[in-house]
Write a protein that binds this ligand. Structure first.
Ligand SMILES: *[C@@H]1O[C@H](CO)[C@@H](O)[C@H](O)[C@H]1NC(C)=O
Ligand SMILES: [Zn+2]
Length: 385
């Protein structure tokens, strides 16, 4: 009897984490774009990441400091931690190289650390050792910038939502967001189990044996991750991201649905049917939408088990649920010296940002908590009129 009751309680806790609710059309239409902050030369978010940042070098340190400064100045409610490890690499001549992951967490006020289930937004910030001068704009400067802008754009809505909660809604009080900007994803010589994923392997291993207090709902920080949403190689035109994992296809479907709605609302700037692109072409017949996520209706038996080795691997091996947003085939600039700011397709970068923002906002059930007039100084829109 006791066992049955305990089990029931556990089951009801588990099912609570996955609440999700769609944003309204109005909210989707008004999601803030990054504007000048993604300018590749002077944008406050993206430009500082577009430099070489090989693990263990000054560039890597400077980019990490940029993240820290961003959170400290713009998102002071987020708890920042650095996770450190060291390892030799095939090119370090026996020396230990430091790998530093940045973890930024926003939990509901007053919640206990071990009782919060989190949506983790993940990208790697190190750049590849070769070719010399490699920038890695899609790999993964742009994904890091997307995550930063998403965090900033949902932050005030999170504050409002939690402030409005009367303390009776378990889900609201126990759902948070975490950002993992990982170091040492790239191989130094060539991809092997030991020459790659330095930061992710160290973090997943350490978190597996970091225990929350005994009464916690989630045993470890790994258990607290409800979904590990990994962005990689995003920012080239016409990406096509399949649904890699059957167990998170439900989450993929949510994102695909958000994409479909954003397209139908005319928000996606990279669409041939976006108003700005329509005026540029003679033939006004609508063209097929080039979906980023074309597998929303993939059948359960169509999952062939193919996937891409990336930062999720050590987490997935420990039971964490993964949504991997990486195009197949890889973009043409992948691991080429041409993967730089100039080769980003900025409309696609903006579209990904909005899509991830919509997904995160729907995951956190933020409909009704956005105030789109607040950030737009000089506009006179008054919602009460
Ligand atoms: C981790 O490394 C960073 C930078 O290298 C350092 O500032 C920080 O104090 C270290 N943190 C811990 C917990 O050792
Ligand atoms: Zn890479």
């Amino acid at each position: 009897m006791l066992f049955a009751v305990a089990l029931l309680t556990l089951v009801s806790f588990l099912s609570l984490g996955s609440a999700y609710s769609d944003l309204s059309d109005d909210t989707l239409k008004n999601l803030p774009g990054p504007g000048d902050d993604f300018d590749i030369h002077k944008g406050s978010i993206l430009a500082p990441i577009l430099r070489t940042r090989v693990s263990g070098t000054e560039g890597n340190r400077a980019v990490r400091q940029h993240f820290i400064d961003f959170f400290k100045s713009q998102l002071p409610e987020w708890r920042i931690e650095l996770h450190n490890s060291t390892s030799t690499t095939p090119v370090s001549g026996g020396k230990e190289v430091p790998f530093v992951n940045l973890i930024a967490t926003r939990d509901p006020p007053g919640s206990f650390e071990g009782d919060v289930s989190r949506l983790a937004l993940v990208a790697h910030y190190d750049s590849k050792y070769t070719p010399k001068g490699f920038i890695g704009a899609i790999d993964s400067a742009a994904p890091c910038a997307m995550i930063m802008h998403v965090a900033r754009s949902i932050d005030a809505a999170l504050t409002k939502k939690w402030a409005a909660s009367d303390g009776d809604d378990f889900d609201v009080e126990h759902k948070g967001v975490q950002i993992l900007l990982l170091d040492g994803e790239e191989a130094f010589r060539s991809w092997t189990d030991t020459d790659s994923l330095y930061g992710a392997r160290a973090l997943a291993g350490d978190w597996e044996s970091t225990f929350h207090t005994a009464a916690s709902i989630y045993r470890t920080p790994l258990d607290s991750i409800e979904l590990f949403l990994l962005l990689d190689l995003l920012g080239s035109a016409q990406p096509r991201v399949p649904s890699y994992f059957k167990t998170t296809h439900w989450a993929y479907k949510h994102m695909a649905n958000a994409e479909d709605r954003l397209r139908k609302l005319g928000v996606m700037k990279s669409s041939p049917n976006h108003a700005a692109n329509m005026v540029k072409r003679e033939n006004k017949k609508p063209r097929a939408e080039p979906y980023f996520l074309p597998e929303g209706s993939k059948a359960d038996n169509a999952f062939m088990g193919g996937f891409v080795q990336d930062d999720h691997v050590p987490f997935m091996a420990r039971g964490v649920e993964i949504l991997h947003i990486i195009p197949t085939p890889f973009p043409r600039v992948w691991h080429e010296i041409t993967d730089d700011g100039e080769h980003l397709d900025m409309d696609t970068v903006e579209d990904w940002t909005k899509l991830v923002m919509a997904f995160a906002a729907e995951w956190m059930e933020l409909e009704g908590f956005f105030d789109f007039t607040a950030g737009k100084r000089g506009e006179t829109t008054k919602s009460e009129l």
